[in-house]
Each structure stands twice: as structure tokens, then as C-alpha cells.
Design a protein around this ligand. Structure first.
Ligand SMILES: [Zn+2]
Length: 603
């Protein structure tokens, strides 16, 4: 039953995270921020214009790394504080304060890369020979050289950074602050609606009349804001296009993929192969849902229902601990200790409240412990969400300790591998420990409906749509709500064919995703899950040696490219085999669901 959300001030403290390990109070945050601004001035006056030889390069980078480390807690505090309540005025002010400070500071620090890149390449090579510490950083920097602009231009651009980031802030403000949903009615009874309750509850509601009415009410409200949101998004796209052109990239795709260290063939393969080869399996799954629920027709608003609504185990936060420990125990003592601390030291924000960010995420500040945001609904599938976020936590818990601040983060292409890996471990654990066909069906349908649906369908269709958007932008065009609606509808229709009716409102789905403000992110979900599906199979078959290799991959952080990291884990992503194997595996899971359903109904 969906209740209306409490205000943040009304939730129990045990359900909230403890930001005190970052700063004990807002005052302490403000003090640290002013101290940092002063330190940056000192840093600039000490080092600006003084980097001439290899030794001074390494000295500069050592001091630069320290400044970057001090930046982390203030940035994290500002963004986490607002994420639990976007309507909190103080948190908004604090976040804006950080944004404008960060822009000033970044502008003052921009001389570092400009001056390093102005040095002869031999000097940088020499610096790499003299010290391993900044080798990876310098290699990545040299790669960027041809796209670097004049130092004064870099400085000016950096000063505008908070303005360049404004579309994302505006998007969130429209979505989380301005948009407020009216109750909707079914058979004379009214029900409360919010962004969080729609995505967390109503979308999966088993009563078809209520579910579809919630979808209509939700879409109606989205529609009121479609033009503002499209304009905001267009601003983001035009900024990216201008940046790409100014820096001299061949296309906006090359610009956006540059930091991911993968080429366009890996990007395109993920979208093309899944669109064509996964679609038949997923249509089969949609038909299975339709049959199980006795629906006359299957619409876009029905895709999130569970296969067996009478079987939905519930779980408390306290109970989740045992599942998480048992499923992820294979990762070893150190990993388990992290999990223990994540509960006992309140790294996780479980509360459901008004104004909280939708979905779930993990923030892993360098030099501190990770933080996880989740809105706990009490449904058992939350153990998958939590296992996922703890996968990000476990990744950076390892990488942050093993690497310096510049080397900790790998390419976006790899980011969702450790997280989805934990979902696979959770599923394997649950399947091994039950003989009950209903429970088994619940587990498999959770992996299909959650893990694979989310990563291979939702995000992938976002990626397919996003590619069409960027093709337009790259050709010098712009977008508006009508164009975005058409593109989104086209992608959904192509994937679902006649199996699912793309009902009114579905075309507005592009408005729901913050990822569009993060470059070519959506496709990386399927890339990460392709890697993790194959590695989790290795762990099932080979046990400990495969786990040890995986832990080494986590520790490697950003010191290797996605192709190299996958290779360390025994997976060759330069071929399309891992992806084909993964799609075939999803097909097998759906066949297994059909079989179990027949078995259960035949009893
Ligand atoms: Zn994730």
C-alpha cells in the first residue's frame, strides 16, 4: 500500500546515513571550504610558472593530488546533503555555494594541466621514469594534448564550469522541486502519487486499474513540464557539441567516449546487437507476464509488474544483512568487514521521504568510506538493489585504498561491472539455497525483471534513443519536446514490436532519466553487466581463483582500460562473444521461467 511520504525531518535517524565522518556540522563544512580556497591560492602562487623539469613535474603533481583530496569531502558533503531532500533550502544554498566555489577553484587550478601540456613531451616522459606515482595520470594527460586549448581559454572555461553544469541542476529542480503530483482516483477512491512512489511502487502495482491510472496521472504531470525539460536538455546537448567542436574532436561521440577509453565499435555493438538479438527474448517475457496476469493487452505501463504477484517476499533492513552477508561472503573477510561497517556505522540512507532522489546510488569519496542512498520499500527485491550498491562500494573501498586519487576511478564503461556482479552473486546464492519452484521462479524473475530488464532493456533503450539524439546534434540540429517524444516512441516501438502497446505517456520516458546529463552513460550498464555475467559464471564454475582475480581487478581502479580490466578477469571484450553469450543466457532464464510457470500451474 502506498502511503504519502513523510518529510525528511520526520524519518527515524536509524534509517538515515551519518554524514559526520565528512563534517560534524554545516559550519565545519563552510570553514573547510574557505580554508580550501585559501590553500588553492597558496598552491597557485607557489607552483604557477615554476614547473620546468621532470623533478618539478612530480613535485607539482604531489601537491596537486593533496589539493584534490581536500576537495573530495566538501564536494561529497554538498551533494549528499541535498540528495536526501531536494526541497531543503539550506541544502540547496550549501550546494550552490559549493558549485560557485568549485568553479572559482577549478579556474585557478587550470594552470596545472595547461602548464604540464606546454612542456616538451620528453620532460613528461622523464618524469614518468623518475616516479611511477603519476605515470598513469601523465599518460592520460598526454593523450589529451591535441584537444587542449590555449591556457587562458582553459582558465575561462573552467571559470564557467558551474554554468556549464547548470542544465543538470535545472533538470533536478524541475523534477524534484517544481513537479508536484495530485492524488489520482480509481472507483471514487483517491491515492497519493509522487515521483518516488510511482517508480518505487505504482509502476509495479498488481491491480491493473490502479497501475494504469497511476501511469496516466504520472504522465499527465510530466507532460506539463515537457517543454521546460526539453529546453534544459537541449542546453546540455548544445554545450557538449560546442565543447566537442572547440576542442577539435571529429564528432560528439568521439568527444564523449574519449575518457571512457573505448572506441565507437564497442559502443555501437552494445546498442545494435542487443536491440536486434535481445528483443525476441524480451517479447517472449512480456507475453509470459500478459498471460500470468490475464491481461487483454500488454501496454508499456504493465512492463514492471512481477510474474507472480501473490509471491512477493517482504524483508526488513535488519533481515537484509544476513542475505547480503551470505551472498557476498565469497568475496572474503575484508569485503565482509566493509559490509558490517556499512550497517553499523550508518553508511546507508534507507529512509523513504519527500524530496529524496529517486533510485539508488553509491558515492565513494576518496579518503573516506562509501555512502549509499536507497529508498527501502520492504520488498525482497531490495536485496538486489543493496547488493548492487554495495558492489560500487566494494569497488572503491578497494580501489581507493590501492591507488592514488588520480588513478582510483576506471572508465565509465567498467563502472557497472562490480555492481551487477553482486546482483549475480545474490541470485546464485538464492537459487542454490532453495528447492521451492515458487521461490526459484521469484529469484529468476527478479534477475530478469530487475537486473537484466534495468540494464539491458531500460538503459539500453535509453542508449539507443540517446544515440539518435546525438546524431541530430552532431549534424548541427537541436531538439525540442516533440522531437524527443518521437525519437523515444520510435525506439520503444522498434524493440517491443506488436507485443507491447506503447501507450500515451510512454514517449515521455526520456524526461525521467538524469543519466542524459552524464554523457554516454546509459549504454555502459549493459557493457558492465556483460562483463559481470561472464565473470560470475567463472566464479560459479571455478570458485576462489576467479574471486581472487576479480578482487585484483577492483584494486586496479583506473590504472587500466576497460579492455585490459576485462582481460584480467578472463573476459575478452574485443570480440562480440561475451555479449552474445550473455544474451543467450537471458534467453535461457526466460525459458526457465516458462518451464517453472508450467510446473507450478500443473500442480
Ligand atoms: Zn550502479
Amino acid at each position: 500500500m502506498v502511503k504519502s511520504m513523510p518529510a525528511r525531518s520526520e524519518v527515524s535517524i536509524d534509517e538515515t546515513w551519518d554524514l559526520q565522518s565528512l563534517f560534524p556540522s554545516d559550519e565545519a563544512f563552510h570553514e573547510a571550504l574557505s580554508a580550501l580556497e585559501k590553500e588553492v591560492d597558496t598552491f597557485a602562487s607557489t607552483y604557477k610558472g615554476n614547473t620546468k623539469d621532470a623533478a618539478s613535474v612530480n613535485e607539482l603533481l604531489k601537491a596537486y593530488a593533496e589539493i584534490n583530496e581536500k576537495f573530495v569531502p566538501v564536494g561529497t558533503y554538498a551533494s549528499l546533503k541535498i540528495s536526501t531532500d531536494q526541497t531543503d533550502d539550506e541544502a540547496q544554498m550549501l550546494s550552490s555555494k559549493f558549485g560557485s566555489s568549485a568553479a572559482k577553484v577549478n579556474s585557478k587550478l587550470s594552470f596545472v594541466t595547461s602548464e604540464l601540456l606546454a612542456l616538451p613531451e620528453e620532460t613528461l616522459e622523464q618524469a614518468m621514469q623518475e616516479s611511477d606515482e603519476f605515470k598513469v595520470y601523465l599518460e592520460k594527460l598526454i593523450r589529451k594534448k591535441q584537444y587542449q586549448l590555449h591556457p587562458e581559454v582553459e582558465k575561462t572555461l573552467a571559470a564557467y564550469s558551474s554554468t556549464f553544469n547548470a542544465p543538470y541542476g535545472l533538470y533536478n529542480t524541475t523534477k524534484m522541486v517544481d513537479m508536484s503530483f495530485d492524488d489520482f482516483e480509481v472507483d471514487g477512491k483517491s491515492y497519493p502519487l509522487s515521483y518516488v512512489s510511482f517508480e518505487g511502487d505504482w509502476e509495479a502495482e498488481t491491480d491493473t486499474a490502479k497501475r494504469r491510472a497511476a501511469f496516466d496521472a504520472f504522465s499527465k504531470k510530466l507532460k506539463d513540464y515537457q517543454h521546460t525539460t526539453a529546453k534544459t536538455y537541449d542546453m546540455q546537448l548544445q554545450t557538449e557539441k560546442t565543447t566537442s567542436d572547440l576542442r577539435g574532436y571529429d564528432s560528439i561521440f568521439d568527444y564523449l567516449l574519449f575518457n571512457q577509453e573505448v572506441d565507437r565499435s564497442l559502443y555501437n555493438r552494445q546498442i545494435d546487437l542487443i536491440t536486434s538479438e535481445l528483443a525476441p527474448h524480451m517479447r517472449k517475457y512480456a507475453k509470459l507476464l500478459q498471460k500470468a496476469h490475464g491481461l487483454e493487452k500488454m501496454t508499456f505501463a504493465d512492463l514492471k509488474i512481477s510474474l507472480d504477484p501473490t509471491y512477493e517476499p517482504e524483508i526488513t533492513v535488519e533481515e537484509s544483512k544476513k542475505y547480503i552477508n551470505d551472498a557476498l561472503g565469497i568475496m572474503g573477510e575484508d569485503y565482509l568487514e566493509m559490509i558490517e561497517r556499512s550497517y553499523s556505522e550508518r553508511w546507508i540512507d534507507f529512509a523513504q521521504n519527500k524530496g529524496k532522489s529517486t533510485g539508488a546510488f553509491c558515492s565513494s569519496p576518496y579518503g573516506n568510506h562509501p555512502y549509499i542512498l536507497i529508498s527501502w520499500t520492504g520488498r525482497m527485491n531490495e536485496v538486489f538493489v543493496l547488493a548492487h550498491e554495495l558492489g560500487h562500494a566494494g569497488h572503491f573501498y578497494n580501489a581507493n585504498r590501492a591507488q592514488n586519487i588520480f588513478n582510483a576511478r576506471p572508465s565509465l564503461y567498467f563502472i557497472e561491472a562490480p555492481s551487477t556482479m553482486n546482483e549475480m552473486l545474490m541470485a546464485n546464492h538464492l537459487l542454490e539455497n532453495s528447492k521451492d519452484p515458487k521461490f526459484k521462479r521469484w529469484v529468476i524473475s527478479s534477475i530478469v525483471a530487475r537486473t537484466y530488464y534495468h540494464n539491458f532493456v531500460t538503459h539500453l533503450l535509453e542508449a539507443a534513443y540517446q544515440r539518435k539524439v546525438y546524431e541530430r546534434i552532431d549534424a548541427g540540429q537541436s531538439v525540442n519536446a516533440g522531437i524527443l517524444n518521437n525519437l523515444k516512441r520510435g525506439v520503444l516501438e522498434e524493440f517491443w514490436g506488436d507485443t507491447v502497446e506503447i501507450n500515451d505517456g510512454a514517449e515521455l520516458t526520456w524526461m525521467r532519466q538524469p543519466h542524459y546529463y552524464m554523457g554516454l552513460y546509459p549504454y555502459t550498464y549493459s557493457a558492465g553487466l556483460t562483463i559481470s555475467t561472464q565473470v560470475s559464471k567463472r566464479i560459479l564454475e571455478e570458485g576462489q581463483p576467479a574471486v581472487e582475480e576479480w578482487l585484483e581487478v577492483l584494486k586496479a581502479g583506473g590504472t587500466k582500460s576497460p579492455v585490459e580490466l576485462s582481460k584480467m578477469a578472463g573476459i575478452d571484450i574485443t570480440t562480440d562473444q561475451p555479449l552474445r553469450d550473455t544474451i543467450a543466457y537471458i534467453g535461457e532464464l526466460i525459458d526457465e521461467l516458462e518451464k517453472l510457470t508450467e510446473e507450478i500451474e500443473g500442480e
